[in-house]
Design a protein around this ligand. Structure first.
Ligand SMILES: [Ca+2]
Ligand SMILES: [Ca+2]
Length: 547
């Protein structure tokens, strides 16, 4: 590795229990003659360093040597585990809510280099634990967006990387991992990669084990959606969306499972679905491949219960349970910037792919589809949406997770009573994250005194005992009341108080005796002499019949 001078704005050397927070970090250097980065964190043969965090920083305008070898590590945040004996690692590395833009070369790079081997990508190098890379925004960087190497059970989630790989000097990609075990890469959006020598959104690179890529949204990338470097085994690529990616969708699919993804290609695209090579046992189940342009496939892989709609090239895989009818997604090709816009690939009531998927071993309690529905409901669906007809399963509440319309003042299924000072005090948004999916209901007004009520009436209920529940957060002061309510069910109003919380908690109204076939459920917030920063978040509303 390069051993000459390195310039960094912030240098954290063999230090633990340190947090860098809420800083703007840039450099006045405009030449590209030295390796530079904004934040350089180095474990220099120290052993395990505990808790290093970089939070809520804006990092921009870092010029560094433009090369695809050692130069690729520099730019934004460079974490280096440097060891002569496999012992340097981190326990508790938190990189969150940073905005990194206009840097050479990388956005975030977690790396190890072991002098004893003279190679950076050796699989036995120590792996860092409790690594979280979340809610970062990377825009317009010369090389890779986010690289998370040498980790065990890391989580890379809710990041956005756009317009990365602007320097075509090496095979860079959007978000990728090497030499990591059990990494989860989920709820990320990557778009606008500029190169096709890699240039894909996601890459399962060398020496990984059991990586999971799920709930991600890839669009408009020059190098495609996903690559396997054919040494990482047993990876899973599931419940992702690829819309209008170029060059290839899956490059070198290997010993892994690719299921319940949606691939969409508009007219004008000729992107192959599989390219360069394919492992004979590579598995493809329950994917929607919706092609209005052209495509092709390599021969190989195991394909079962996929939906091939639109183009049917002669190389289309021999799938004994394929469906070729229109999957009837909400708005094919209609997703835009913003991962929440992938609601375009929700299914509709008459979709032929509902309950026509193959049962996949990785389902059960707590396993979710793209939108936070538990899977399976009935038989597995094909695509990213485990849609089920309203009322036919546990879902009596319409739009229970506030996902249907993205951010809106008028969420499907819900009505709003606006009281004092609250004209726009009830709305759905993605701010600070949902309980599941991407959106939640919010009650907020900048006024000091305000109240608002969001509700829906559910009819057609059989007589019996029901429980109403919701996941909630409440912040700020001045609450006169903040309640989950049940009324108009044949008895008097009963409610549960939404408590002051710092994170999601579930509240419940049990033992509702419905005798008139209906119920009105709602959220009532009344703030008197608040501080103008009081707010409530609500998600995942469930009405369940107990007996
Ligand atoms: Ca189903
Ligand atoms: Ca939600």
């Amino acid at each position: 590795m390069y051993s000459g001078p390195i310039e960094s704005v912030v240098y954290i050397y063999n230090t633990q229990n340190i947090e860098l927070q809420s800083l703007a970090i840039t450099s006045a250097r405009t030449d590209a003659s030295t390796y530079r980065c904004a934040v350089y964190v180095r474990n220099n043969d120290y052993g395990v360093l505990t808790h290093v965090a970089v939070k809520d920083c804006e990092i921009y305008g870092i010029r560094s040597v433009i090369d695809g070898n050692d130069g690729r590590f520099f730019g934004g945040i460079f974490i280096n585990q440097y060891s002569t004996s496999d012992t340097a690692s981190f326990d508790g590395l938190v990189l969150t809510q940073n905005y990194i833009h206009d840097c050479d070369m990388a956005g975030i790079y977690i790396q190890a280099y072991d002098e004893s081997r003279g190679a950076w990508d050796h699989p036995n190098t120590a792996k860092s634990t409790n690594v979280t890379v979340s809610n970062n925004t990377i825009a317009t960087v010369g090389g890779d967006g986010i690289v998370v190497n040498f980790t065990a059970s890391a989580v890379v989630d809710h990041n956005v990387a756009s317009d990365v790989t602007t320097h075509n000097v090496a095979p860079f990609a959007g978000i990728w991992t090497a030499c990591s075990d059990d990494i989860k890469i989920e709820y990320n959006e990557v778009y606008g990669t500029n190169i096709s020598q890699d240039g894909m959104a996601f890459d399962d690179d060398l020496f990984t084990n059991r990586s999971v890529f799920q709930y991600n949204y890839s669009h408009d990338n020059a190098g495609g959606f996903f690559q396997s470097m054919r040494s990482g085994k047993d990876y899973i690529v599931r419940y992702n969306v690829s819309q209008n990616d170029s060059t290839r969708i899956f490059r070198r699919p290997y010993v892994g499972k690719h299921y319940n993804n949606v691939i969409y290609l508009d007219s004008g695209y000729e992107t192959p679905i599989t390219a360069d090579s394919i492992e004979v046992n590579s598995e493809f189940y329950n994917n929607i491949v919706y092609v209005t342009g052209k495509t092709s496939y390599l021969v190989g892989g195991v394909w079962i219960s996929n939906n091939f709609y639109g183009a049917h090239p002669s190389t289309e895989p021999d799938d004994p349970a394929k469906i070729v009818a229109d999957p009837q997604v909400v708005n094919p090709g209609g997703a835009r910037v913003g991962i929440g816009t992938a609601v375009a690939y929700k299914l509709t009531a008459t979709s032929p792919v509902i309950n026509h998927g193959r049962d996949v071993a990785y389902s059960g309690p707590g396993v979710l589809d793209f939108f936070g529905n538990e899977i399976p409901r009935g038989t597995h669906n094909i695509g990213i949406d485990e849609y089920y007809a309203s009322g036919s399963m546990v879902g009596l509440v319409v739009n229970p997770g506030f996902e249907v319309d993205c951010a809106t003042l008028t969420p499907t299924g819900w009505s709003v009573y606006t009281g004092t000072g609250s004209t726009h005090a009830s709305y759905t948004e993605g701010n600070n994250g949902a309980h599941t999916g991407f959106y939640h209901l919010t009650h907020f007004s900048g006024a000091s005194t305000w109240n608002v009520y969001t509700y829906q009436t559910i009819s057609g209920l059989s007589t019996g005992t029901y429980t109403l529940s919701a996941w909630v957060q409440r912040h700020g002061g001045g609450f006169k009341s903040c309640e989950l309510e049940a009324k108009n069910y044949g008895g008097s109003l009963i409610s549960a108080t939404i408590p002051d919380t710092s994170s999601w908690q579930q509240v419940e109204v049990p033992s509702i005796q419905v005798v008139n076939g209906q119920i009105e459920i709602g959220f009532w917030t009344d703030v008197t002499n608040g501080d103008g920063t009081s707010y409530v978040y609500i998600d995942d509303v469930v009405l369940r019949k107990d007996s």
